[in-house]
Write a protein that binds this ligand. Structure first.
Ligand SMILES: [Zn+2]
Length: 86
């Protein structure tokens, strides 16, 4: 399977760093904002569109975040993870 290895080799090594959540704090690993930060939201909207898929994904993140941040007020976490997808 030579072509596969070649495809991997040409993947750009340096590109815009992805704004991903650093768990269990759920702060962005790039900009340090509470995740999803603005760039992360933009990327998710680009990837999933503004629809059901995005909302379902946001709920999944919310569930995981609640597990990691049991002391975080649920209302605040809901605003942060799910509200923006509406
Ligand atoms: Zn960020």
């Amino acid at each position: 399977m030579e072509p596969l290895a070649q495809t991997e080799a040409v993947q750009p090594v340096m590109h815009t760093p992805e704004h991903l959540a650093e768990r269990p704090a759920w702060d962005c690993g790039v900009c340090g904002q509470p995740w999803p930060c603005a760039p992360a939201r933009e990327r998710l909207i680009r990837q999933y569109g503004r629809g059901t898929a995005l909302a379902m994904l946001a709920w999944q993140y919310l569930e995981e975040a609640v597990r990691d941040l049991p002391d975080g007020p649920p209302g605040v976490l809901f605003e942060r993870f799910v509200r923006w997808t509406r």
